[in-house]
Write a protein that binds this ligand. Structure first.
Ligand SMILES: *Cc1c(COP(=O)(O)O)cnc(C)c1O
Length: 374
């Protein structure tokens, strides 16, 4: 049996090696390393895939979040609401821009922002909300967009983990994740569902004016060459990454389907074990399983991780610490407001999840988990 890894990028690469190698060689031969035609082509192909008017490529998913916030022209001290249970980048950029991060609890079953908690956290200083589509499915965008509209809040979707997932609104409208708020952001970090072979990211919007502004911000605040209208950043996707992404975009739906199949296998194997809660699939969102995350109810999550490690099955705790309790972002808070987050920190464990999992490996993993949990 092939060695089990959390993410197996090498096996995935071997299946597309000749296409990718040729594409990279082509970039080397044309020497258009920055802002070349590959970046333009990828941008427009992603716009078509997402059915969104503008994709603005940038250097990574953290930059994408920062640049999206910069485009809103917020004032120091303005409040931005996001989830307490997510990867740190989301809250990091809020702090970096000297805005106030207001963290709220998540839903226990979907790991995404609890919209009731969002409502309760809104003040006269709240200007934006960043729902994070954690582990591969959309936050409850219908509720979040409704609340945001009532309170005139900008919605930036952190779509780093859910690209390709779809949300169905109650009127039947279906939209791709990242295209529902005023802006959406994503990361092309290698292990993400659409990953390149280095760093990359992008911002999505249907708003022409915002798109123009974002294109300036990523390029030193420059709208006309050597005229700097505002303070921007330097954040680019390079041509080698873009050419890899063009190839992988054509396979994204297949890749997400392969993840879903692995998730189905896991779900079936663990069904009926009273100490294992499998990830709930939201009714109105498809799931692209960036992570497959169990909740372990018998208090032995860490022992399970150790047991699996001894059998060479990697498993990770995403995430072990609430953002409100991190040293860098610490804030006084009432634990009673974060019951779900605090419970999840103790219970979650993510199993290997990628596009190349073989049945033999899935059987080995699930047998090991069940042996410990019997
Ligand atoms: C990966 C990730 C990011 C950051 O992306 P980078 O490309 O690593 O900067 C932001 N938010 C979430 C939820 C992520 O998973």
């Amino acid at each position: 049996m092939k060695k089990i890894q959390m993410v197996d990028l090498q096996s995935q690469y071997y299946k597309i090696k000749s296409d990718v190698d040729n594409a990279i060689l082509n970039v080397l031969n044309t020497a258009a390393f920055i802002n070349g035609p590959e970046v333009k082509s990828f941008q427009s192909e992603l716009e078509t895939y997402l059915d969104v008017k503008h994709v603005i490529p940038c250097a990574n998913g953290t930059d994408a979040l920062q640049i999206a916030l910069m485009a809103l022209n917020l004032q120091e001290g303005d409040e931005v609401i996001t989830a307490d249970f997510t990867f740190a980048a989301t809250v990091e950029v809020i702090h970096l821009l000297k805005l106030k991060a207001v963290l709220v609890d998540v839903d226990y079953d979907t790991f995404t922002m609890d919209s009731e908690k969002l409502k309760a956290a809104i003040t006269s200083k709240t200007k934006a909300v960043i729902p994070v589509h954690l582990f591969g499915q959309c936050s409850n965008m219908e509720e979040i967009l409704k609340i945001a509209k009532e309170h005139h809040l900008a919605v930036i979707e952190d779509n780093a983990q859910a690209i390709g997932s779809e949300f169905t609104f109650s009127d039947g409208t279906v939209k791709k994740s990242g295209t529902m708020g005023i802006m959406g952001t994503t990361s092309f970090f290698p292990s993400k569902n659409l990953g390149c072979y280095g760093d990359g990211g992008a911002i999505f919007t249907n708003d022409d004016e915002l798109a123009h502004k974002l294109r300036g911000i990523v390029n030193h605040g420059m709208y006309e060459r050597y005229y700097h209208d505002e303070v921007g950043v330097n954040s680019r996707l390079d041509s080698i990454q873009a050419t890899v992404l063009r190839k992988k975009l054509t396979l994204l739906d297949n890749y997400n389907e392969a993840r879903r199949k692995a998730a189905d296998y896991y779900d079936e194997a663990f069904a009926g074990n009273e100490n294992i809660l499998t990830p709930k699939r939201a009714e109105n969102s498809t799931h692209v399983f960036h992570q497959y995350t169990l909740r372990i109810l018998n208090g032995k999550r860490n022992e399970l991780q150790q047991f699996l490690a001894e059998r060479e099955v990697p498993a990770m705790i995403y995430y072990p610490v609430a953002l409100r309790k991190q040293k860098a972002y610490f804030q006084e808070s009432n634990d009673a407001d974060f019951v779900n987050t605090d419970q999840l920190l103790e219970q979650v464990i993510s199993l290997p999840m990628h596009t190349e999992l073989e049945e033999e490996q899935l059987k080995y993993i699930t047998d090991a988990v069940l042996e410990f949990m019997k």
